[in-house]
Design a protein around this ligand. Structure first.
Ligand code: SF4
Length: 408
């Protein structure tokens, strides 16, 4: 049985569980639930790691990361608006499994209707007799990194990423072991339990759908809740925008990669991991970029914007990212930027930040050079005649997520 979010949210289920840790870990294992924030780490392992580091004297915390730092991704806001109960239900199940009495929901301070959100969370907490605290954090890309989220819960005025270890499963909120996962992951845990309680199973017929945000080059944007057996190509087809040669595709968001239309990974199932020929759906963001416009200009905007998100703590990030963005801009403007130099720098920067931000710029630029090898030559010779369409700039400004639909 495959029930999507809108179907499972219609019925109510008891939250009591007899042997909660065994049952919830078993549930996550049966459904092969992986984190939906981008990293894709097995959720059962995360739960067990927190349980192993906890005791009666050292109670863990449960944190729902609904910060959705990527400016074009809207699935967390969608979940908080339409499926808040499922998100909180998953968090409460985990808190009971871990004997935790501290649950935090962290979201951006500029989220629409934050007062209503706080009130809705309070109502859910009263009904289930658990205390859930809403924590608002600044709207910055790095404030969604897990150590930044912990810093926000700890009340730091500038919640920034910190180097790990220790991992937050050992020392997170107030130094206690902390289960921290993305809002969708908790909603999927609740979804899996509801499917089982309604007689469904994971045995090949059951599946947990994937939430994503899709931006088409026409300017239309959608939230999609997709079966894991379908591909990015299927999603685009269903939106009447089939994969085509006049576009390239950013998949996985700002921590993802660019793909050409002929890339077979666009046609592999969403559930196939990135390192085994999967597309790396990651945070679920897909952007169709129009090749009739200057796609190098679009990438220059992205690399500059990402370089400005640095928290300025690590040298390779603070100094390296602006250098890379400068060089790429030179290349786009026909001012002598050097592709080989950029690739040398990205190799030096990779893996040397305290968080994933520098690697995201490396992945984006390296994959762009692969999907559009002629771009460098055209720009270096000053021959690019295509207009800069400001596709990403407009999306940063304009996405009206109220118009989005879901259910692919
Ligand atoms: S890599 Fe950049 S954003 Fe990440 S912790 Fe270091 S300075 Fe901050």
């Amino acid at each position: 049985m495959s029930l999507k979010l809108d179907e499972v949210s219609r019925f109510s289920v008891p939250l009591g569980v007899r042997d909660p840790l065994t049952e919830i870990v078993g549930l996550a294992k049966r459904w092969d639930l992986k984190g939906r924030g981008g990293a894709g780490f097995p959720f059962s392992q995360k739960l067990l790691a927190v349980a192993e580091n906890s005791s009666r004297l050292v109670r863990p915390s449960v944190v729902v990361n609904a910060t959705e730092s990527e400016p074009l991704s809207f699935k967390d806001r969608f979940l908080l608006t339409y499926y808040l109960d499922l998100v909180l239900e998953g968090a409460v199940l985990c808190a009971r499994a871990l004997s935790s009495s501290s649950i935090y929901l962290v979201t951006h301070a500029d989220v629409d209707n934050s007062l209503e959100l706080v009130e809705a969370v309070r109502r859910f907490g009263d009904a289930t007799r658990v205390k859930i605290e809403v924590v608002l954090t600044p709207s910055a890309l790095v404030s969604g990194q897990e150590t930044s989220v912990v810093a926000a819960v700890n009340g730091e005025s500038r919640p920034l990423p910190r180097m790990q270890p220790p991992r937050v499963s050992i020392s997170g909120v107030k130094g206690r072991p902390t289960l921290l996962s993305n809002a969708e992951t908790y909603a999927r845990l609740a979804q899996a339990r509801r499917i089982e309680l309604s007689g469904g199973s994971h045995d090949g017929t059951g599946s947990l759908s994937y939430l994503g945000t899709v931006h088409l080059k026409t300017g239309e944007s959608y939230i999609v809740d997709s079966d894991p057996s379908i591909s990015v190509s299927d999603i685009l087809e269903s939106l009447r925008a089939p994969v085509n040669d006049s576009s390239i595709y950013l998949v996985g968001g700002y921590f993802g990669r660019f793909y050409r239309s002929i890339d077979p990974r666009l046609r592999s199932a969403l559930s196939v991991p990135k390192n085994s020929q999967g597309v790396g759906f990651g945070a679920g963001l897909v952007v169709e970029i129009d090749r009739h416009g200057c796609i190098s200009g679009e990438v220059a905007f992205l690399s500059r914007w990402l370089s400005l998100q640095s928290a300025g703590q690590c040298g390779p990030c603070k100094k390296g990212l602006p250098q890379v963005a400068d060089e790429f801009e030179q290349l786009v403007l026909g001012g002598g930027g050097d592709r080989e130099k950029i690739l040398r720098w990205t190799a030096q920067i990779r893996g040397r930040g305290g968080c994933a931000l520098p690697d995201s710029v490396c992945d984006l630029l390296e994959s762009f050079f692969k999907v559009a090898p002629d771009e460098v030559r055209v720009h270096q010779s000053g021959a690019c005649q295509r207009p800069y369409q400001r596709q990403f700039e407009e999306l940063h400004r304009d996405f009206d997520w109220d118009t989005a639909s879901h259910g692919v």
